[in-house]
Write a new protein. Structure first.
Length: 376
């Protein structure tokens, strides 16, 4: 048993790790070695040769075969401890992870490489009331932070400039390539080891809530751990912000059980909502994305049917011969964010609208807001 941690609590803990790159490898390895037996791993990427210099769980054979990171992760973690239960989601944390699954977790660990991904983790965890641990690495530096609903919020800590830069993506692979081009040895494997260890440790502290309350353990909530490998210095600084007016603090509650599933059609879902609340009107709100039925080219008003979530429009345009090469700024899209009986595609399934499995739906029945957890 690791000193300070109860092995039964560790084994029973349910932990989600978002991002299976350098940091994710270290965190997942540490969790399994510490005895965690219930893990959810989320990533949409494949193993590449560039990952091998800093990812202990990947091999050249994985890169050559272009295997999914989550697939390899599950295999390697089971080899380390056959008792571990690993659920994998090959998808984007912004759209493909249901809030119902987040609610089952004790803690979420972010091992992602962009502000947008962190923002999305924070949004889900705030809605579900689940704490999360964030880690970031760049060259010889790394940071770790803890966010707990009601105490510390990632969005509140961003500031005006950070909010403007949400969509920026700074993957670790880009850092590695710049270092190699400059003739420097890649070093993110070292920083990933340090920050990954801190993240795993802070996650297990959050699992031991009673020990935290008694003061036997101290959390990084409201603080930031900073590691500087160049000068071998570390420090812990205050890093807390919680603005009561922040929209991210809108916790979804109460969440009610339902018989809804992502395989149901819009018509079936709306009927189910009306039956549940004995309502005459029902609406499903698409909170994280929109549904696009067509795009129109600005230059000639030509309409092209799309029928996909908003996040998939760019990919559709790239694959469509007639649209390929036209920038998204050269067209506008017709979208839906509220789905009711006037929605013209009643036979579309919730999944086709972009709703992930085991999500929590924000619905309205006769104008009243409700939150319904879909069946797993």
């Amino acid at each position: 048993m690791s000193h300070g941690f109860d092995q039964q609590q560790v084994a029973a803990a349910r932990i989600m790790v978002v991002g299976c790159g350098a940091l994710g490898n270290e965190v997942l390895k540490n969790l399994v070695l510490l005895g965690v037996e219930h893990i959810v791993a989320v990533d949409f990427d494949i193993v590449e040769v560039g990952n091998l210099s800093r990812s202990v769980l990947f091999s050249k054979q994985d890169a050559d075969a272009r295997r999914l990171k989550v697939e390899v992760i599950a295999e390697r973690l089971k080899a380390m401890n056959p008792a571990v239960e690993v659920k994998t989601i090959c998808g984007d944390i912004a759209y493909d992870v249901g809030l119902g699954l987040i609610r089952q977790m004790d803690v979420v660990i972010g091992c992602v490489d962009s502000r947008w991904a962190r923002y999305c983790i924070n949004r889900l965890c705030m809605r579900a009331g689940i704490p999360w641990v964030d880690g970031g690495i760049e060259e010889l530096e790394g940071t770790a932070r803890v966010f707990v609903p009601g105490k510390n919020c990632y969005a509140c800590n961003l500031g005006p400039e950070g909010l403007k830069d949400l969509a920026r993506r700074m993957p670790c692979s880009g850092i590695i390539r710049r270092q190699e081009q400059a003739g420097h040895a890649p070093t993110t494997s070292i920083v990933a080891s340090v920050i990954g260890a801190v993240e795993a440790q802070e996650a297990l502290k959050l699992v031991h809530r009673e020990a935290l309350e008694r003061g036997e353990l101290t959390s990084l909530c409201g603080k930031m751990f900073y590691y500087d490998g160049q000068h071998l210095t570390t420090k812990v600084i205050d890093f807390q912000a919680y603005d009561d007016d922040c929209a991210m603090h809108d916790r979804w509650m109460p969440i009610q059980s339902s018989e809804l599933s992502d395989g149901q059609t819009v018509a079936e879902a709306l009927s189910a909502v009306k039956r549940k609340f004995d309502a005459r009107q029902a609406t499903v709100c698409l909170e994280n994305d929109c549904f696009v039925d067509y795009v129109v080219e600005r230059s000639n008003d030509r309409k092209t049917q799309v029928m996909c979530p908003g996040r998939a429009v760019e990919l559709f345009v790239e694959r469509d011969k007639a649209l390929r090469g036209i920038p998204l700024s050269g067209m506008y899209q017709h979208e839906y964010r509220e789905i009711d009986e006037s929605f013209p595609y009643q036979t579309c399934t919730l999944s086709q609208l972009g709703v992930p499995a085991h999500d929590v739906l924000h619905v309205m029945a006769d104008g009243q807001d409700y939150y319904l957890e879909m069946v797993a």
